[in-house]
Design a protein. Structure first.
Length: 440
């Protein structure tokens, strides 16, 4: 580990960065927002994306595999990757090790170099990155670790002594804890102000980055009653963090990382207020039919159709919300189990149906001038395989798109999933040609 002073790489410290006025954004190949669309180089920017949260870990520990995974994704038409850029070490049972940072000012130079390397490799392939800066959930430390740094207390997700929604209620105390938020803002200031040690580019000047994201799936509470007294601090955290990022980096977009209505205790008002904040450039939504009990993994044949109806409703709700807000919408997480079990040999008939549904919704929105501009499936397993028959992660195993606390292979797409990869490639070709004149 090294002192944070050693990794700022020429960027001003947080206080200095926030004191300086934002620079005017120079002309360059950055993704911009124009109403409910993205533009890049004067043309519409739409994308087929994936989640590969562990990109920095591969950049630190297995660079040949990172290159192979990016090549495989590019071959399937994927041009946008959502990557974790903040993981907090602490006592939570399921948190990723190693993390980017611990309780003090000692930060992990290997992971920072790994993030640099990953961004450099994306840039070589013309890909864009969305970098999320912490997590509401415990699997990468997240807000609960920041609270533990200040208070010394925490709750493990899934602890029988603290059943749902105790974890969400506890983690959402973060927004109102000044010390915890300051520690987080220290991290945000350093990463956004970082200079890439591989390319020599300040992150703020790197067109490989599409957007900074405040958090993965921030929630104001576990229930409406719990969230109500926290809303003021929740909105302030969104606004203040987005302003901090913009003060350091005026070139890139900023988003919240919200799941959508499931992340705002089912309140459209909370979702609208959160995304109407001027410094938030676009809206997001995540869709998890199994996690939300819309389907039964043991009987997909009987429950898939009902799940698809709920997915359609959720997509329609968020398309309407984004239109009301007047900003683009990205379906940046959507996951579905394999037909049976977790092994790479298991079929993906129902997953493919689900992917087809989400892709069709994106295509329809683009064709009709709607706000949905892209999607990122969860997640890319690539060449990774579970190291054990029980599909449980053990420290040192190869990383997959399924985080270590989950069964390895649950939602991730393997490089051998030919039918799913063909769907992704077909969707990429369709998005690339929507709006083009038909050849005669």
């Amino acid at each position: 580990m090294t002192s944070r002073r050693g990794i700022l790489a020429g960027a001003a410290g947080l206080a200095a960065a926030t004191a300086l006025p934002a620079r005017a954004a120079p002309p360059g190949p950055f993704v911009r927002r124009s109403g409910t669309r993205f533009v890049l180089g004067g043309k519409p920017y739409r994308f087929v994306g994936a989640n590969i949260w562990y990109g920095a870990w591969l950049g630190a520990n297995d660079r040949p595999r990172l290159a192979r995974e990016l090549d495989a994704l590019a071959a399937s038409g994927v041009t946008n990757l959502r990557i974790l850029a903040g993981a907090e070490e602490g006592p939570l049972k399921n948190s990723v090790k190693p993390g980017f940072r611990g309780k003090g000012s000692d930060w992990n130079p290997a992971l920072l170099d790994g993030l640099d390397w990953a961004l450099a490799e994306l840039g070589k392939r013309g890909m864009k990155a969305v970098l999320y800066l912490t997590n509401f959930w415990e699997w990468s430390g997240g807000m609960s670790s920041y609270l533990w740094y200040d208070t010394g207390s925490y709750i493990d997700m899934g602890d029988p002594a603290h059943p749902w929604p105790a974890f969400a209620n506890a983690a959402s105390r973060f927004y109102g804890n000044r010390n915890a938020v300051k520690l987080y803002h220290d991290w945000v200031g350093a990463i956004v102000g970082r200079t890439n040690g591989v390319t020599g580019l300040p992150y703020r000047d790197d067109p490989t980055i599409m957007a900074w994201q405040l958090c993965n799936e921030p929630r104001p509470g576990g229930t409406p009653e719990d969230a109500a007294p926290k809303l003021a601090s929740f909105y302030s955290w969104i606004r203040d963090t987005a302003r901090l990022i913009k003060s350091i980096d005026p070139n890139h977009l900023v988003s919240t990382g919200s799941e959508g209505l499931k992340g705002t205790v089912e309140s459209g008002d909370i979702y609208r207020i959160s995304h109407a904040i001027p410094e938030i450039d676009y809206a997001t939504a995540h869709i998890w039919p199994l996690n939300w009990s819309w389907i039964d993994a043991r009987d997909l044949a009987r429950t898939a159709a009902a799940g698809e109806a709920k997915v359609r409703e959720y997509l329609d709700q968020h398309r309407a919300l984004a239109s009301q807000i007047g900003k683009p919408l990205v379906i940046e997480e959507f996951g579905y189990p394999r037909d049976a079990g977790y092994a790479a040999e298991a079929t993906t008939v129902y997953r493919d149906r689900y992917y087809r549904q989400v892709f069709a919704a994106v295509e329809d929105s683009v064709r009709t001038g709607g706000p949905v501009q892209g999607s990122n499936f969860w997640a890319w397993n690539g060449a990774g395989r579970a190291a054990h028959g029980d599909h449980r992660y053990r420290h040192g195993d190869p990383l997959l798109g399924d985080p270590p606390h989950e069964p390895q292979g649950w939602y991730g797409v393997y490089d051998s999933d030919a039918s799913t990869r063909a769907l992704v490639a077909e969707h990429a070709r369709t998005l690339a040609t929507i709006g083009e004149p038909v050849a005669r």
